[in-house]
Each structure stands twice: as C-alpha cells, then as structure tokens.
Write a protein that binds this ligand. Structure first.
Ligand code: G4P
Ligand code: NA
Ligand code: NA
Length: 194
C-alpha cells in the first residue's frame, strides 16, 4: 500500500457499500503533511506537462490543489459553488449534478483567472461519477485553455467516473483507487499510481 492507501486503511470509515468517510484528513480536518506528500506526487506525475494553472472545486479540492500548485509553482483557481457578491459578471459557468447528493450546483470561475493561454491540470479530492470533473472541463473549454490531465486523490473505481473520463482519452491519475467497500472493508485496486 502507498502512503495514502495506508492512511485510508487506518482512518477511513466505510459508511456504506458506496461511501467512504475521510473527515480526519481530507474532508473536514486536513492533514497538512499528507497534503504535502499528495502535492509532491501530483507534481511528479505532471512535471513535464507544461502546466500553468491548477483548477479545482471548493471546498475539499483546495488543500491538495494548493500543495500541488506550491510544488509546480503555478496558481490554483477553485471554482465556486455559490455566486460571490463581488463576482457577478465575466464568469464561466457549468452545471454539476451530484447523484450522491441529488442536487445540481452551478459552478463558476472568473474570466480573469483562466484564459486561452492556460495549460490546466484539474484536481479533485474524490472521483465518483465524474460530474464535477466534467463541469470543470466544460469551464476549461469555455476559456479555450488546454487540459493536460486530471489528478484525483481518491477514485472510487466501482463507480463510472474514471472509465467515463479515460474513454474520452483524458489522462486521469488517481493516488488511490478503491475497488470495493463491501463488508465494511476498503479494498484497493492494484494499479493506482505510486
Ligand atoms: P462526481 O462529481 O464524481 O459525480 O461525484 P458526486 O456527485 O457523487 O460527489 C458529490 C460530493 O460528494 C463531492 O463533494 C464528492 O467529493 C463527494 N463524494 C463522493 N463520493 C464520496 C465518498 O465516498 N466519500 C466522500 N468523503 N466524499 C464523496 P462536494 O459536495 O463537492 O463537497 P466538498 O467536500 O468538496 O466540499
Ligand atoms: Na468532497
Ligand atoms: Na470535491
């Protein structure tokens, strides 16, 4: 098991056959040293891609994205789920439907922070059905920026997002891929990177 899989095995709580709770280090409390290692791994994987910007989604994508941005020395933009008072015009927006939460959010990024000159790495904490990543890709497309890949902290390999994105020819690098959550146990897929 890699460092992240070990952390998930030690602290992750299986809530059901499809949901893993990782509030102790990723979704509520944040483990800065773990985030730093995650940032180093993504930076290594995408070091030759010419990335100029990392794009993520608030809130849990921000910590791993910032550590990756620090390592790659590029800015990090997080799409907002709610319209800010000071951010009204000049937005790229996309609809993201969550099957898990049964709700649709409009996510948006200011045109000031994403342009056709950008070479983008999309990062997120979880990959389930892939709807958040598709929404971020829509925004990257609207900006005319170039997408070089997607970095995911924890991919749920038994849901459709990973396959959906890889079938589109997108480079998806997940630091941990969960094969199943049956019987209250986390089983990992072997090919997860690093
Ligand atoms: P999708 O984008 O891949 O289609 O995912 P989905 O709609 O299922 O996910 C909705 C939210 O739930 C996302 O967080 C996602 O990260 C999270 N999520 C999905 N599956 C799991 C899981 O098994 N465990 C945990 N801990 N989270 C999961 P969000 O609403 O954007 O919230 P935030 O944490 O970023 O604030
Ligand atoms: Na999340
Ligand atoms: Na997320």
């Amino acid at each position: 098991m890699n460092f992240l899989e070990q952390k998930i095995a030690a602290e992750g709580k299986v809530l059901s056959e499809s949901v893993l709770k990782v509030d102790s280090f990723l979704n509520h409390q944040v483990d800065p040293q773990l985030m730093q290692k995650i940032g180093e791994e993504f930076a290594k994987l995408f070091s030759d891609a010419g990335i100029t910007k990392i794009v993520t989604l608030e809130s849990s994508g921000i910590a791993p994205a910032v550590m990756t941005g620090l390592r790659l020395n590029v800015p990090v933009v997080f799409a907002r789920k709610r319209k800010s008072l000071t951010l009204v015009d000049g937005l790229y927006s996309a609809e993201v439907h969550s099957f898990t939460k049964r709700e649709t959010n409009e996510i948006s990024v200011s045109k000031d922070y994403l342009t056709s000159d950008d070479v983008v790495l999309i990062l997120d904490d979880f990959l389930a059905n892939g709807q958040a990543v598709l929404g971020l890709m829509d925004i990257v497309n609207q900006a005319g920026a170039k997408l070089v890949g997607v970095g995911i902290v924890i991919e749920k390999g038994f849901q459709q997002g990973g396959q959906l994105l890889r079938e589109k020819g997108i480079r998806v690098e997940s630091l941990a891929i969960i094969d199943s959550l049956t019987n209250g146990e986390v089983t990992f897929k072997r090919e997860a990177t690093h």
